[in-house]
Design a protein around this ligand. Sequence first.
Ligand code: ADP
Ligand code: MG
Length: 702
Amino acid sequence: MAVNLLTDIMYLSGVGPKRAELLRKELNISIYRDLLYYYPYKYIDRSKIYKISEIVDDLPYIQLVGKIVRFDEAGAGRKKRLTAIFSDGTGMIELVWFKGIKWVAKSLKPNVSYIVFGKATLFNGRFNIAHPEVEEYKPETEKVNASLQAAYNTTEKLKNSFLTSKAIYKLQQTLQQQVAKSIDDTLPPHLIDRYRLMTLPEALKQIHFPESASLLQKAQNRLKFEELFYVQLGLLKQRSLRMSKKNGHVFSVVGEMFNRFYSEKLPFELTDAQKRVIREIRKDMGSGKQMNRLLQGDVGSGKTLVSLMSMLIAVDNGYQACIMAPTEILANQHYETITKLLGDLPVKVSLLTGSTKKSVRNGLHSDLIEGNTNILIGTHALLEDVVQFKNLGFVTIDEQQRFGVAQRAKLWEKNDNPPHVLVMTATPIPRTLAMTVYGDLDVSVIDQLPPGRKPIKTIHYTDAKRNVLFGMMREQIKAGRQVYVVYPLIKESEKMENLKDLQDGYESIVRAFPPPEYVTVVVHGQMKADQKDFSMNLFASGKAHIMVATTVIEVGVNVPNATVMVIESAERFGLSQLHQLRGRVGRGADESYCILMSSVKLSHESRKRLSTMVATNDGFEIAEVDLQLRGPGDMEGTQQSGIPFDLKIASLSKDSQLLQYVRQAAMEILDEDPSLSLPKNQKLTKQLEKSAKEKVAFSQIS
Ligand code: ADP
Ligand code: MG
């Protein structure tokens, strides 16, 4: 049978229909190509053969060559085990099996030379290897074997059908023989030459059967290059397409509202970083091209103000602007902040959220379409079809990660010409992630906090220190300050249980801080809007000393007099969430504290998260640690952002240098050939189209 990369995996010798079904279900391998691109997760160095006398504790996996002297069977029923005494002339070691005993006893024979592979562990003063890999030892074939042997991830179900790492290795051998000749390179020759890359057929061979460590590295490098390259090329092509269109609204003047705001209303001097970013935005908005800009800045760096001043430029040029926030609380907060900042300037600002009353809505809708409303602030409610603008020219999406691509695209459809878009992140994103997830956006960074901020002191306490915590809370309250106590809300499905935590927490706080001396309020996501407002207002006005809340306060809440943020079960929060919560304090001139409460027992990862929080206040640094710990797939936001994110071999946490190199390479190509229409770039276009078809298109990110 003629085979190629698209052949159904079931036809590969050693697979068949039943295993094919399993491979598809467990590993998503259904055709030859899928298996070819199923890379090893590690390589085992099989070049060294140990002597039994050399074995010490804590060696990695080792190989021994010797013979089985005798078998012992011990125990009964489930506790049955088989032991083989194995000798190589320098000593003895026990090989032990707890499963598959019958099969082992039948297939292994005394006095045959075996090569044994496994991890030696010390048990009752003697070394043994549990469930070793055992193979007959033939010196002449052993030499042919690569010194680095690939190991593949499998699953319990696969192993039960004997599809072990070793079995997959054997399938790879068969596959390699059959398809090596039909692998077409996916990169054009000029790229391979320029960057001295290994060819694809060679790389796909070396990745499974490396002939040396350096060839393996070259193979990995080539495959990573390609993976990152096509992502970057797709994103950057999108960007150059946008830049080639002249369909952006031109905001040519900085007019009365902006100038009056700047000279009459601005309560403080802008930071240099804020000024720089506003300049960058102004330049975009005057260029005739549509702006798509990502604004990164740490918690509290003053992104809202940048957005407001950009919106005023839109208003000065006769356009409407809007801010979309992910929660009602945040939308309310923006509304209050912005109306207060604008004071008596004749700019009409409206608020539209899920709880805006119907009667109010109708008027709001007509104000929008008639152009009476200049700035609209709201939540998802803005995306509803009934919300129509007269001439929307500028959109800010705040705390961007929570909005899906499709949702954002809806805002575009509200106009013939797309509005300028400013996307603001809640917390910083690592560079590599920004380059990939937001790779077609231009990036502005506010890398400076407003002056006079004292760094927040972060302390990690276990539950045993609760009295110390309460003492400190009392002290702060006595000094006129206010305290947040936050409980985790991890998943929607845990809502009820979580509310119970919150309820219990609230009761214990009230016991320790009894009224009327102390006033404590509760806020959580399932409260009615007016109840929520009532509690928030008590706290914001300083009438309540303590606010017990879920993460609804994570974003946007701004009470400068609050100086203590207590985070309960802090080990259950992600790093960026912790950082975001911490950003709720330290907004005034007073020394502020963030107290992380956790149980004593912590996983390695949780411990690292908490110690990172204690060690640094820098959101960019925290984002990097987050990426290292979790990998990009799990980073907050990337799942929801709807961007295809399937890197098989490249890693955004480990390959950041390569990523920059590759992005540069993609840029150079697009500089020379923006539409990728030169004959030498045909392959690139074809490959991009293919990946667009296979995955979701790299649709516009905002
Ligand atoms: P974030 O970037 O986290 O959204 P905000 O825009 O909410 O930050 O700003 C945080 C706080 O800092 C607000 O109280 C805001 O009024 C204040 N602020 C913003 N810019 C400045 C500045 N240049 N000088 C002093 N305070 C500022
Ligand atoms: Mg903000």
